[in-house]
Design a protein around this ligand. Sequence first.
Ligand code: FAD
Length: 463
Amino acid sequence: MTELIWFRNDLRLGDNPALTAACAGNAAVEACFLPAPGQWADHDWSPNRTDLLLRSLDQLGQDLAALGIPLHIRSIDRFTDTDTELLALCRERGITRIHANEEYAFNERIRDHRLTGALNHQGIALHIYRDQTVVPVDQLKTGNGTPYTVFTPYSRQWWRWVESHPPRLHPAPAARGAPLPPPALPELTAWRSEHVDWLAGGEGAAHRALEGFIDQRLGAYADQRNYPAVPATSQISPYLALGVLSPRQCLVAVQQRTGAESPASAAHTWLNEIAWRDFYIQLLYQFPRLSRHQAFKPETEALPWEPAGANLEAWKAGRTGIPLVDAAMRQLNTTCWMHNRLRMVTAMFLTKNLFVDWRLGEQYFMQQLVDGYLPSNNGGWQWSASTGTDAAPYFRIFNPVTQSERFDPEGTFIRHWVPEIAHLQGKKLFNPNGTVAGYPAPIVDLKQSRQRAIERFKALGKG
Ligand code: FAD
């Protein structure tokens, strides 16, 4: 008998529940990954994300080969082709048991549900294990037994759970046989990118990034994380998004490297961001409509969004005439990553000031980001657009000029990304207001557009 570990959103050997289960006995173990470019396109995955995915897959194939575990890479187009390909592989290799880690978005869940039946029918068992979060997705419920939809009470419970269930990691498996030649990757040239060379692929690189952050920047994180000109955050989001790193490994690394008694005492502010990530994943799991381009607050579907047109294009290109927004969009377009504060600023600007449907911004981010991750992207966009689980009321709208004065006070970030206005001094830099040749005048009046957004949200309540 041969056990199969089916890698999906978990491209790692360490802390991988499905891999541990596959390697638990003495049976032969083989591995597979099924690239599905048609599905990637449907999900708006960017070539930046898939380039890192393919490089991480390459590394995983080499690591598995060194352990004597062959990795079969079989390209399919869409999830609907999975049954045929997996069944063929199982028949070829004499596999009767498949192990995989759970995925929480709608299409993935439908695929697994359908597949379980189809495989069972052929005498093959599919075992699915909880993954992707620190706290299992259905673990925390309110007093009424309903899922949490507000972060603050969720995070209180999250911390209680973490303190009473210190994460125990699944060790990477030992060698199962003589080393093998590494597998060849499919070409998939359309899914490659040159924009993310700054980020190395694979588990080793992910751990180096995590450990470097903990050793050098964690101490100042709480004070500096909101300043985009300061490299104060971890930038491990691309690895978490692809499962090259697990969030449980983050907790354990913090505790081990700081020698703290509990993760909370070492790095509460940073790990609270990991709690945000868990929060959005459990929401996606509990509310399948979030995977289907629907608002968390159904009443907001009636908002009269403006036609996207030229305003959306100016936003995408970083030519809105609002320096902080433009700097942020240019950071995204060039590096395929954007600082968290700026994700909020640019998303609010698009959805509140330009009053463009959040779904268009969500899609553009997904098409560019190296860390594009449906739960966090959808959660962040709906939070910013006030269509989601935002505890803050809709009239709390960031003013991007005030935000630049607070979080880029020296103008370092703006000057770097918007060089055409770098010579401006003082407050002029934050709002040149059409006075610099070659740099656009603001495409929208911030005050009036803010008022328009508030009135439209108010009208929803009355309607
Ligand atoms: P750090 O500050 O070092 O945080 C550590 C980790 O915690 C991150 O790597 C990330 O996994 C998680 N995290 C941090 N902030 C958040 C948050 N607000 N929500 C959920 N998880 C968080 N994150 C993604 O991973 N993929 C996305 O597609 C994505 N889209 C976003 C879109 C919008 C509109 C907004 C407002 C936020 C989005 N985020 C997304 C969340 C956040 O901006 C990024 O996770 C963060 O900027 C990544 O940088 P970092 O790794 O340096 O984070």
